[in-house]
Design a protein around this ligand. Structure first.
Ligand code: PMV
Length: 331
């Protein structure tokens, strides 16, 4: 078997957050989430299975991957090999088109692109839902990056094994933008899996989060269906603040923010008080993402870019689904 393929997947930002696992081994989320796929941030990944390779060879942004980073990729390759009944090792080359030192998560676009490229190179003709389920096993947010526009991922209920994201549209006919304010180039001290584990086992508010998150998800989904930016932004800001409040109350505290994060939250509130529909959301890191109308994005970018501590700003619109190209079919 010597097939190879190249895939492109875009990153996504959750507007209703996933935080907490129903089953850590199967990587199943405890709460439903809703995201927007981002047009201007993508990962391109090529995978080839080849005779003669003694081990999987993985290169990320031009340097060989090792340790836990490499193991997570090998784990996905093993799942693909098992499904395709393959024994050959693979080479993997992956690169992001957004700055890696920006501190922005690349696991969503990275594992979506890897799932697509590896499955295609292995000769598996899988539908998007099955690819989304494969991506989800490595990183739940990656399940959503298989699709474009606005995308949902349900919560796991009652011993399910298969869980895929679903697209809910909204990318072509809705004037929304997301401005990312980058506040550090440092690596985050606690990854999302460890942060979720700590939150679930020690935060006194984890039970409340499990009760609230599905309500905010339902509000966000309804708002996307009605193309109501204000309702979506309100639900998104509440979801993000509730997720962080719950994590911050963990022992030890899972605190992803820095002083610039707080200054940005205040700046976004200020913008709103002056009549601009702008809402903040924050993931497992100190950067702040602001959702607004595309026509307001220049004002948002200029305003958040002036906040001391902001290193750079990036703007994204709803982006496309992941795509794949077969480079060479297997033999
Ligand atoms: O899928 P992971 O392990 O990268 O976790 C994602 C967690 C958040 O980004 C904070 C929320 C989300 O739904 O993307």
């Amino acid at each position: 078997m010597s097939g190879s393929a190249r895939a492109v997947a875009h990153s996504n930002i959750a507007l209703a957050k996933y935080w907490g696992k129903a089953d850590a081994d199967k990587n199943l989320p405890a709460v439903p989430s809703l995201s927007m796929t981002l047009d201007s941030m993508s990962t391109t990944t090529s995978v080839g299975f080849g005779h003669g390779l003694e081990a999987d060879r993985i290169v990320i942004n031009g340097r060989p991957a090792t340790g836990p980073e490499a193991s997570r990729i090998v784990q996905m390759l093993d799942r693909v090999r098992q499904a395709a009944d393959l024994r050959t090792r693979a080479w993997v080359e992956t690169a992001n088109d957004f700055p890696t030192a920006s501190g922005l998560a690349s696991s969503a676009s990275g594992f979506a692109a890897l799932a697509l490229a590896a499955a295609c190179a292995a000769g598996l003709k899988w539908e998007p839902a099955r690819l989304s389920d494969l991506a989800r096993r490595s990183s739940a947010s990656a399940a959503r990056s298989i699709f474009g526009g606005f995308v949902t991922l349900g919560a796991a209920t009652g011993g399910v094994d298969f869980l895929a994201a679903e697209p809910i549209g909204g990318s072509d006919d809705w004037d929304v933008s997301l401005c990312v304010a980058v506040t550090t180039t440092a690596e985050k001290p606690v990854g999302s899996t460890a942060g979720m584990r700590l939150t679930a086992s020690t935060s006194p508010y984890y039970g409340s989060w499990l009760g609230l998150a599905p309500q905010l998800y339902a509000q966000a989904k309804d708002a996307v269906e009605r193309r109501d930016l204000e309702a979506l932004g309100e639900a998104a800001e509440k979801s993000s603040l509730a997720m962080h409040a719950c994590a911050i109350a963990g022992v030890p505290s899972v605190l992803y923010w820095n002083p610039t994060t707080v200054a940005l939250i205040e700046t976004v509130r200020d913008l709103r008080a002056r009549g601009t529909l702008a809402f903040a959301t924050i993931d497992a890191g100190p950067h702040v993402k602001v959702i607004s109308k595309s026509s307001d994005a220049p004002l948002v970018v200029e305003t958040v870019g002036r906040v001391p501590g902001v290193i750079r700003t990036l703007v994204a619109r709803p982006g496309p689904a992941a795509s794949v190209q077969l480079l060479r079919s297997g033999s």
